[in-house]
Design a protein around this ligand. Sequence first.
Ligand SMILES: [Zn+2]
Length: 392
Amino acid sequence: MSDRFFPNPYADYDEKAHGTEYHSIVSRSSVIDLIVKYVGMIQNHTQTKMREDLYVGTAGIAFMFWKLSRSEETKNLFPCLKLASKYITEAKHHSAKKHRSSKDSVAFLCGDSGIAAVSAVIAHSQGNGHDAENEVKIFLKGHPVCATDGGYEADEVLVGRAGYLHGSYWLNQTIASKPIANETVTAICKVIMTRGRRIAASLQTAAPLMYEYHKKTYLGAAHGICAILHALLESPWFDRDDDGQFCVSPTKLSDIKNTIDYVLTMQNHEGNFPTRHDSNRTLVHWCHGCGGAIYLFAKAYLTFKEEKYLQCCRKCADTIWHQGLLRKGPGICHGVAGNGYAFLLMYRLTGEKCYLYRAAKFTEFLNSPTFAEQLLAPDRPYSLYEGLAGTC
Ligand SMILES: [Zn+2]
């Protein structure tokens, strides 16, 4: 028995046996009951000292309430936007008291650009356009650092350029005026390309692009190349022009795609990826391994329409099914909810019921007595990325 995950106790999907079973597992009322229970636990425990960021801090709790405000099913369960506003104000207050560096102005999941983005979106949802604009201006303070090669060494998602890009895309998806200009985005993408080519050349990797975080060539979604490549695929370079062609130059296109194909070659027979380019260690998390890599390959499939990327996603999903009921808790970074979310992605990508069934079974497990004892295992058990806020 692995010390990392619970053996999956459920039979896999069989249409004859399970045709509609997932309907009752994920009944509206059972999900709502879980959310009410979790939100109650979060509210009882967030008075104690928390960090302020999205990853494990009060901004993450604010994001959760904003997200609950977006669903017809949950928006009236709590005064969602009022609570979102309360938590984000707290996050800003704590952040303002600290000495802030250029790193903080860039960092999305673990710093101030994330707090500003969530604050902008909450203000926008409350119909407060003026405050939303001001928060976008604060978010944009991170741009000069991101768009400069040198001086700031992180390209990954938690504190680096890719996280800032994902934040920019989220602001443009969420705020109708699309406040982040295409040129603002592509200036950062160009720096990411230059840096990736330089690191690949210095390490003599077969891939045209490579990235390091604290001198380590991580592959996974948190610190590694998967989420960086994903951020490039989401850029305006991959919009189609009038002739249906990508807007990206042929050399950039080939470097990005060849690097994705290189990462694809690192998928092992189980369907997982090593944590680092130069390692054989594997984990089934969002932060490291197939639980996060799947998002890159889903995006690659949607972008390039090549079957091999979908096959890669299917293998990731199979590994998650067998090894994804993590003992580390309910979170989305290295927990059961994060791994279960990959099945919802696969269901949206393929429409196949087996993935909805698997997601439902992971939800069922979250509510099982076996798991209840482990619920508070992570360091920050109520937070967005490690705890119950992400589960909600
Ligand atoms: Zn993690």
